[in-house]
Design a protein around this ligand. Sequence first.
Ligand SMILES: [Zn+2]
Length: 84
Amino acid sequence: MTAPFLSLAQILNRLALTARWILRDHQPTPCGRCPICHTADCAVATAARNVLEATRRMRWGDPVQQQAATDPAAPDHDEPRQAG
Ligand SMILES: [Zn+2]
């Protein structure tokens, strides 16, 4: 449905809107199962959450990466912590 004349912001908006529709449809029942997929771990809802997270990062940036880029004294999370 996305046409080439849409801006990136419009495409991101449509992706986020569609992901929210999917999350609403695949919202687990009180017993924890998806009412459409009938599974406890709905892959469709997980994909929709990933799309929302990706669109949020595209709009606002990744706060972890921004913190590391602006603060050179920030500790590197990959380094092992020293005991003691
Ligand atoms: Zn589902």
